[in-house]
Write a protein that binds this ligand. Structure first.
Ligand SMILES: [Zn+2]
Ligand SMILES: [Zn+2]
Length: 419
């Protein structure tokens, strides 16, 4: 059985491919990209862009243990609705993904899900920074990433050991950068708004001290580090400088850090609270410049579902917001339509580069690759309605906003998983 996507505008920067073409799929793989292809079934994608499925390298699926918020299946439904076909699941679940058994549980449960789930296991047992995990065991079970996301590794020696050993196992260390002592008790960005609201702030320096530490280790040991969810101007500057010096650092930011500022917190609505927090206009401009000049390689969502009950109290609510269903549209609206990035460059940051950083087979439409494709209308406007999201939780900071760019179909391994 073959299946052909006809008349799409194909954008696949990894393959140097751009233009109006057909894509032929056989046995779940790309069989051909070219003109006048035919197959057993055809769909007409006239007016749509065909891109390699997005790779979201920072997702909380909440499974095992917190399935009232999300589970592996519903999280992947949200992924499919956003054009995400591969994602990296973070280990701060209950139990923590810190041993082979839990890695295998996630991978097994994800087998029939609507996205490919790659697993980041923790660097220390239970994210406690007391005992390192067994990298050989985690690798054997299929983990591709290492992170104590949600809680940084306090013991720098454990972090250094993981960074030194990860390349031997073909694993990527992805670091949540935060000085817990500086951040302690903070709810939102420390500054004018936190003072105005009388809420304890998290200083930008809490993130920047972490970023500086991770870069120092990567430089000292000449090993790679990937910096998660960059939100501050100083962290962008630290990463830019490190890259110029040849340090093996890569970095991601999230859609909310280039589109929203701390002013949103004046609503006293916990859906706008995440960690790192929304920052100032100056930080937003620095993030945008970092995306533009290549300092920031990737855009990942930090999709972090929480139930409405948990998000009800502005100050007591846990940190995090969902994002997979709106990430591409936020990118198109705030980066492409404004002329900051071309659409090709956005696809690089949301598919090609994260696949490369994680060393996974994605981000490409070359012949033989998995037929993971998103079909996108670059001009359709839509309003984000939390009740229409496909995941279990509705805590989006983009609620009520009108965005441009809509995922019309998502294809995973040659099968339509969203339309
Ligand atoms: Zn984090
Ligand atoms: Zn996270």
């Amino acid at each position: 059985m073959s299946f052909v996507i006809k008349n799409a505008t194909v954008v696949s920067p990894a393959d140097g491919c751009s233009g109006r073409m057909d894509i032929k799929i056989e046995n779940g793989k790309i069989a051909a990209v070219g003109e006048n292809l035919s197959g057993d079934t055809e769909i007409n994608a006239e007016g749509l862009y065909a891109i390699p499925g997005l790779v979201d390298m920072h997702v909380h699926l909440r499974d095992p243990g917190q399935t009232a918020k999300e589970d592996i299946f519903t999280g992947c439904c949200a992924a499919a609705a956003g054009g995400v076909t591969s994602l990296l699941a973070m280990p701060n679940t209950n139990p923590t993904i810190d041993c082979g058994e839990v890695v295998r549980y996630v991978r097994e449960k994800a087998k029939d899900a609507k996205a490919r789930v790659y697993v980041a296991a923790s660097i220390t047992k239970g994210l406690q920074s007391k005992e390192p995990t067994d990298l050989a065991e985690l690798k054997e079970a299929g983990a591709v990433g290492l992170s104590d996301d949600g809680r940084p590794v306090v013991n720098t020696a454990f972090l250094r050991d993981a960074m030194k050993r990860a390349p031997q196992y073909g694993m990527t260390v992805v670091a949540h950068c935060e000085d817990l002592f500086l951040a302690e008790g903070g709810k939102i960005n420390e500054g004018e708004i936190s003072a105005q609201l009388g809420v304890k702030g998290i200083p930008a320096a809490a993130e920047d001290c972490g970023t500086a530490r991770e870069i120092a280790l990567a430089a000292a040991e000449d090993v790679p580090i990937h910096i998660c969810h960059v939100s501050t101007a100083t962290s962008v500057a630290l990463i830019r400088d490190a890259k110029r010096r040849g340090v093996k650092v890569t970095a991601e930011t999230a859609p909310h850090y280039f589109s929203l500022t701390e002013k949103e917190l004046l609503r006293r609505d916990a859906d706008y609270r995440m960690n790192p927090p929304l920052r100032t206009e100056k930080d937003v401009q620095a993030i945008i410049e970092g995306l533009r000049d290549g300092t920031l390689d990737a855009i990942a969502t930090d999709h972090a579902p929480h139930t409405p009950a948990e998000k009800a109290d502005f100050e007591k609510a846990p940190n995090g917001s969902v994002g997979m269903e709106s990430s591409l549209a936020v990118g198109i609206t705030y980066l492409v339509k404004t002329g900051i990035l071309t659409f090709d460059e956005l696809v690089e940051k949301m598919s090609v580069n994260p696949a490369r950083i994680l060393g996974i087979d994605a981000g490409t439409l070359r012949v033989g690759a998995n037929a993971d494709i998103a079909l996108v209308d670059l001009n359709e406007e839509w309003t984000v309605d939390p009740d229409k999201l496909h995941g279990k939780s509705k805590n989006t900071p983009f609620k009520g906003m009108t965005l441009t760019g809509k995922v019309k179909k998502t294809i995973l391994g040659g099968k339509i998983v969203f339309e």
